[in-house]
Design a protein around this ligand. Sequence first.
Ligand SMILES: Cc1ncc(COP(=O)(O)O)c(C=O)c1O
Length: 395
Amino acid sequence: MNTFDVEELRSETPGCEFGVHFNHSGASLPSRPTLETIWRYLHREAVDGPMETAIDAGPLLEDVRADAASLIGATPDEMAFMGSGSAAWGAAFAALPPLAAGDRILVGRQEWGGNLATMQAAAARTGARVETIPAREDGGVDASALANLIDDRVRLVSLTWLPANGGLINDAAAVGCVTKAAGIPYFIDAAQALGQIPIHVGALGCDALTAAGRKFLRGPRGTAILYVRRAFLQRLTPSYLDVVSGPIVDGVVAIRNDARRFEASENSPALLLGLGTAIRQAKAIGINIIHERITTLAGTLRDNLRSIPKVTVRDLGTDLSGIVSFTIDGVPASEIRVALAERQIATGANGVPYTPLDMTARRLDQVARASVSYLNTPSEMALLSDAVAALAARA
Ligand SMILES: Cc1ncc(COP(=O)(O)O)c(C=O)c1O
């Protein structure tokens, strides 16, 4: 595709016929080609037998792996397919060397709540500590402050690159420079980045990167990627194995020598092939083009919302993503979400558990979240702004 034909892309997206979708950071709308890939494969499974069909699917899934790898600047042997972003992140974390009392884990202030819960539970079991890296004045992670926190007890630095509760884009590459110099494992949660902004794991300097397929990339639910840097892989011991990730050969466990040591042998080829279609579509449009359009649309939406009395845009940072967060004085975000849904406008409402450190630091209990995809149009944004203005006027 040489030009960005949004109308054509919308006409290939069944969900665009039925409402206005501003919840791409929760889960986006899959395209018809993605749905057809899934349906075709499920039909073949039903007719020819699931195990029998899987024999042919093997090479196709390796193509998906190669495409997923090239989307983030990795190699196929560094990629595992997982069932969710949390499962991917948790698998990598659980595979780190055991923590001991006094060990430290450093996290960004916008760390995803699920990752944080996993780390805090591990810290509570072992006597390790989870500490928050100070934020800069604009709310983003402060890489210089991180450098000052490093000592020989730090076992992991974890950063949620684009937080779930707003438009901030953390400077993940600056954090990577610090961790690389210190030789400390560095995990990036890229759930909200995949399919929205360009990703190059080499430039980020991370050891592991995780993301679900269903968000800005528009892949199916139940899919996720786990990247593990080749040279880092040997430092990770999966918390469990199966007959493909660690077969017993001559009485000895032969753990796979690539990132598939984390992958379950029982998965859904239909969904993974659907993920492959979504990846190919995003690459055909061009991630830079997608990013540019999202930035422009989200910028306009923020300007519109800022002009409405009683509405406060809550996004931190200077370099902003397509996630637009806001509050209306006197109206809880959960009510905003319901009221907009009644007008067929899908948005999100984020409470404290999604990003506990940041919400607590900012004394926010909920924010409304309108996340913008390249699929959205200026007229949809006007509809959303008008609906928010009407709600604010009633408050
Ligand atoms: C930043 C971030 N990280 C991780 C996750 C968790 O992904 P999943 O729901 O696939 O486990 C989410 C989900 O919204 C997220 O926004």
